[in-house]
Design a protein around this ligand. Structure first.
Ligand code: ITT
Length: 194
């Protein structure tokens, strides 16, 4: 069993990641982790910034930095790396409201969007593994469903005919950007030998 410390302040991510890796790793939050400023211009840069911040605190441990977000081509890629702070208030509700109003002029085809999750596994400040997961969908006209977090209620996933907020944690992990990134990480960990 691996022990992996997650460089994140988002409890929803911790639950999804812990659930996904539970057979192979114990996923922990370090109480002294202070989220660094995410000043990178890419998901990869921000994932490295987060992993490095935690790795400096506990250099002997495995740490995972994850940066994710929603990319809407009609909006030139926004909210992208700024997904968490898209609206001035930065709450899930205000982010969703801002996105829905920005997409008012968009036709059906222009409502395409995809989620990205970039993961970086580090020990002692050195990258041991990195990988990316993506999932494509469409932005709905209004929120549907109660589960998940962030933009899940307005992210419609055509193969299942539901928004991410209508999926169970297991269903979301099976198809999501984070689940796809984590299955690559799991492959790496399995090869390395737990
Ligand atoms: P940490 O940086 O501390 O991990 P965070 O929530 O700020 O927490 P990010 O910087 O990676 O994480 O921002 C990701 C944002 O993208 C997140 O706050 C959501 O708004 C959105 N997002 C990412 N994954 C999502 C998912 O699975 N479902 C819905 N929204 C998601």
């Amino acid at each position: 069993m691996f022990k992996i410390y997650l460089a994140s302040s988002n409890p929803h991510k911790a639950v999804e990641i812990g659930e996904f890796l539970k057979e192979i790793a114990e996923v922990l939050i370090h109480p002294e982790y202070e989220p660094p400023l995410e000043e990178g211009e890419s998901f990869r840069e921000n994932a490295i910034i987060k992993a490095k911040a935690l790795s400096e605190l506990i250099p002997q441990e495995l740490v995972l930095g994850e940066d994710s977000g929603l990319v809407v081509p009609f909006l030139g890629g926004a909210p992208g790396v700024k997904s968490h702070r898209f609206s001035a208030l930065g709450t899930d509700l205000s982010n969703i409201e801002k996105l829905l109003s920005a997409l008012k002029p968009a036709s059906g085809k222009d409502r395409r969007a995809y989620f990205v999750s970039y993961g970086v596994l580090m020990r002692g400040g050195k990258i041991l593994w990195e990988g990316e997961g993506r999932v494509e969908g469409e932005i709905t006209l209004q929120s549907i469903g109660e589960g998940g977090f962030g933009y899940d209620p307005i992210f419609f996933y055509p193969p299942l005919g539901k928004t991410f907020a209508q999926l169970t944690k297991e269903e979301k992990n099976r198809v999501s950007h984070r689940g796809r990134m984590l299955s690559l990480l799991k492959e790496f960990l399995t090869k390395t030998g737990g």
